[in-house]
Design a protein around this ligand. Structure first.
Ligand code: MN
Length: 216
């Protein structure tokens, strides 16, 4: 008897930051099929010149396979920038000018992609993994975590063991290569921040874990 074994992959991509061409290169290298699932973990916008095209591309990727879209710190700040001085400062001083240029105006960002930005999820949980933009706070149940923590936490999260049963896949803090701990993996390799930095995907396939990047 023969079985047609479907090799479905669970893939995570984060911190694209308007680098549309690096996203296209990475997606080409991944050669997605309808059996795959992709978790986009936020920071689609800011810094790179092509935020609008980047968001269109991640939406279109949802026509190839199931995609889950999480919120990043840059979307969190962008959506609060209009009515809050603190987030307005963060937006305009951390690459938001490139996003405004890409969309033509600040108001156009939500006019064009408001549905997308308004429906971003805080995290995605499977049997083996938690996908989240930046991290979680130890000792607090997942459903009670503060969204601000989930998109902004840095070393106090990744320098300490967490108490969740799943391995946590995250971005937000950039390193020169994927960072692997026993209980977590960071895949932000500086795309959008450094000219030659690649965009890196985490892939879980048939029990093994590996990385694919925009330069492979
Ligand atoms: Mn980022």
């Amino acid at each position: 008897m023969f079985y047609n074994i479907v090799m479905s992959r669970l893939i995570a991509i984060t911190d694209i930051h308007g680098e549309y061409y690096k996203l296209c290169a990475l997606l080409d290298n991944l050669a997605l099929t309808s059996d795959d699932k992709v978790v986009f973990m936020g920071d689609y916008i800011d810094r790179g010149k092509m935020s609008r095209q980047t968001v269109d591309k991640v939406i279109d990727t949802g026509k190839i396979c199931e995609c889950i879209y999480l919120v990043g710190s840059h979307e969190y700040a962008m959506m609060r920038a209009k009515n809050d001085e603190h987030y307005s400062f963060l937006f305009w001083n951390y690459g938001g000018d490139a996003t405004v240029e890409s969309y033509g105006s600040f108001d156009n960002i939500m006019d064009v992609h408001g549905d997308f930005f308004s429906n971003l999820k805080p995290y995605y949980l499977t049997d083996k993994y938690l996908f989240v933009h930046a991290g979680i706070r130890r000792g607090i149940p997942l459903e009670k975590q503060d969204l601000h923590d989930m998109v902004y936490l840095r070393s106090e999260f990744y320098n300490n063991p967490h108490d969740l049963g799943q391995k946590i896949i995250f971005g937000h803090t950039e390193f020169d290569k994927p960072q692997i701990w026993e209980d977590k993996i960071c895949i932000d390799t500086g795309c959008g921040k450094y000219k030659d930095a690649p965009l890196t995907a985490f892939v879980s396939e048939n029990g093994s874990e590996y990385f694919v990047n925009s330069e492979d």
